[in-house]
Design a protein around this ligand. Structure first.
Ligand SMILES: [Zn+2]
Length: 358
């Protein structure tokens, strides 16, 4: 292990530092994108100040911003001072390539070049900096619609970002939520990129970006009816999704790891209710706890938590998470720091029982 550079980790399901699962902390976080609406951000600020990890440290999330409303920039300093991570999500929120605009990708055609991306990213970075944050506190970038290209990664590399969090992982058939690859550097490309885009004719795999970290968007697995009592959802959850998103069934009931993909159909109609979304998150946490403890980093949009019912999903999930030994809610950059210098936690005396009712 000692010969491996600090900023080099090849994609692997093995736990960093050669640790065993029982001595590895289970990290959980939300990475909130867009973040245009102030009232939801204020709610997150208030809510997260009322909860603590078991070691007394604050629970922290990551926020990837775009289209920032200059009148609301004061909230970024507040959130940062509370320990949350402020990241970049471009300014105009444009998809970077044509395949995101066409349901059936025919031809790969890049629309934004590296200079375009640099401009997009710098614009948001400058606004965040003007909110009082120091530049060196912005570490991560997420591409709008996850429509990254080599030009995107070249831009964030040039701008000195430490990580990207736009690539989905878990599409391979033998990946099931308990054995996903841990975050890795792009020294040898990305398995998620190769799995997802291998079918697009003419689209070459991503280049290598030595030292640039990828904190993937992990697919969420939809539980089957046998688990409905355990996770307290009405039977038919997979069917409900499969009818409107048949590709999820074809992908062994794995779905893009964002809240939006659970809340809505591809046409924007309502899909899952609060209890169902909570069940999916709890199930995927258990897959981790019984597997290789890959961080559960849920993609989210703060503006989706506009009602007490929606907010209740996060509140109930956070309280559930905090009731489990070894689980810590940390922002994505803090999780990356642990991966670079992994340390063991005290093994728990007894095994965690799947799903506690809280
Ligand atoms: Zn977005």
């Amino acid at each position: 292990m000692n010969s491996i550079k600090r900023n080099q980790r090849f994609p692997s399901s093995e736990i960093p530092g050669g640790l065993e699962a029982k001595e590895t902390p289970q990290f959980v976080t939300f990475g909130f994108d867009d973040n245009k609406s102030l009232s939801e951000l204020e709610w997150i600020y208030e809510f997260s100040s009322t909860r603590r990890n078991y070691d007394g440290s604050p629970i922290t999330f990551s926020f990837y911003n775009s289209n920032i409303d200059k009148e609301n920039i004061f909230i970024w300093k507040k959130l940062s001072n509370q320990g949350h991570e402020i990241g970049n999500h471009s300014f105009s929120h444009c998809p970077g390539h044509k395949t995101c605009w066409e349901k059936s990708p025919i031809e790969y055609s890049s629309l934004m070049d590296t200079e375009d991306w640099i401009e997009e990213i710098s614009k948001t970075e400058n606004i965040i900096k003007n909110s009082g944050l120091e530049k060196n506190k912005i570490f991560g970038f997420r591409t709008p619609f996850l429509c990254y290209t080599d030009d995107t990664l070249q831009a964030i590399n040039k701008l000195g970002y430490e990580y990207d969090c736009s690539i989905e992982e878990g599409h391979e058939e033998d990946m099931d939520g308990s054995n996903y690859v841990w975050p890795y550097t792009l020294d040898s490309g990305s398995p998620g990129d190769r799995a997802l885009f291998s079918y697009i004719s003419g689209r070459k795999p991503l280049d290598n970006y030595p030292g640039l970290w990828e904190l993937p968007v992990y697919l969420l697995v939809i539980p089957d009816d046998d688990l409905s009592e355990l996770y307290q959802f009405r039977k038919g959850l997979q069917r409900k999704i499969g009818i409107v998103k048949p590709y999820v069934q074809e992908n062994n009931w794995k779905i893009t790891g964002f809240d939006y993909n659970l809340f809505y159909t591809d046409n924007g109609a309502p899909l899952l209710d609060s209890d169902e979304v909570l069940a999916v998150w709890k199930y995927n946490l258990d897959l981790r706890l019984y597997g290789n403890k890959v961080p559960l980093m849920i993609g989210a949009h703060s503006q989706e938590y506009y009602s007490s019912e929606r907010r209740g999903i996060i509140e109930r999930f956070v309280d559930h998470v905090l009731s489990i030994p070894q689980v810590q809610i940390k922002n994505q950059y803090q999780i990356l720091e642990w991966i670079k210098s992994p340390t063991a936690v005290k093994p728990t005396k007894k095994n965690y029982k799947m799903v506690q009712n809280c």
